[in-house]
Ligand binder design. Structure first.
Ligand SMILES: Nc1ncnc2c1ncn2[C@@H]1O[C@H](COP(=O)(O)OP(=O)(O)OP(=O)(O)O)[C@@H](O)[C@H]1O
Length: 251
């Protein structure tokens, strides 16, 4: 087992409000880690600490360490822009730019200085292939991204992330705005993606966590109550609060 991200004693505040309390968790490489828990328990806050997206919010404070390949990402010498390239984030609602499919995918690489047309073409094809969208859009790459269906838009956002050649993919409820068929396609895509990336996915659906993840963490009120192999967490939870949650007694 290879640890991609090691989080140790992570505590996070919005102003005086402690949103995460002493979280320690190992994110394995080439595995899917699901994070579950009731609304407001800190799941999104947690994944945003993993690529320092929370830095952008004023008045926040973070304690503890987050090691990416053994290196502390909270140290000042780490460039946050470079970090977000390595640790990509896909949001709940598909949010393509109001530009063509092609321009959406090359947006990040262009900003990072890639100008060569042949190279950009290759990035577009590879990223769209990687996001299982290429066959559906290869004949309309210069058409508007906004003309795609919700599920296609979400796969485009995944492609946009892949174009940056990340190592970790963070997904914040990536299928909650999608219908069951689009959801199934994205879940199938995760199975393929996990061969090359560490994936962390926040989900409200325990069924989804059970279907796709290798490891699951259960959050409650900013605490990581339980973390372990998904099949064990769902069948033999150690903590009464986990058991109550997965059996639907609360949340
Ligand atoms: N920018 C912010 N400023 C202040 N408090 C915030 C901010 N973002 C989140 N919070 C608070 O931090 C707590 C955790 O929120 P977070 O969004 O991480 O939970 P969550 O588990 O992802 O919830 P959901 O499942 O509803 O998305 C909540 O009490 C929330 O109100």
């Amino acid at each position: 087992m290879e640890i991609k991200i090691k989080v140790e004693n992570l505590t996070f505040y919005y102003g005086n409000f402690k949103a995460l309390d002493n979280i320690s968790i190992d994110i394995e490489d080439r595995k899917i880690t699901a994070l579950i828990g009731p609304s407001g328990c800190g799941k999104s806050t947690f994944i945003r600490t993993l690529n320092r997206m929370n830095d952008l919010i004023a008045g926040t404070k973070v304690e503890g360490t987050i090691l990416l390949d053994g290196k502390d990402i909270m140290k000042n010498e780490i460039d946050a822009v470079e970090l977000r390239k390595r640790v990509g984030l896909v949001f709940q609602k598909p949010n393509p730019f109001p530009k063509s499919i092609y321009e959406n995918v090359v947006y990040g690489p262009k900003r990072h200085g890639i100008k060569n047309k042949a190279q950009l073409d290759e990035i577009v094809e590879k990223s769209l292939q990687g996001a299982a969208l290429w066959d559906e859009v290869k004949d309309k790459l210069h058409g508007s991204a906004l003309a795609l269906s919700g599920g296609q838009q979400q796969r485009l956002c995944i492609a946009r992330c892949l174009a940056m050649q990340p190592e970790v993919l963070l997904m914040d409820e990536p299928t909650s705005a999608l219908d069951p068929i689009a959801t199934m396609k994205i879940e199938e895509l995760f199975e393929t993606l996990k061969k090359n990336y560490a994936i962390v996915i926040v989900t409200h659906s325990m069924q989804q966590a059970g279907r796709i993840s290798d490891n699951t963490g259960f959050f409650l009120n900013g605490e990581l109550v339980e973390f372990g192999q998904t099949d064990i967490l769902f069948t033999k939870p150690r903590d009464k609060r986990t058991e109550d949650y997965i059996t639907g007694r609360f949340g």
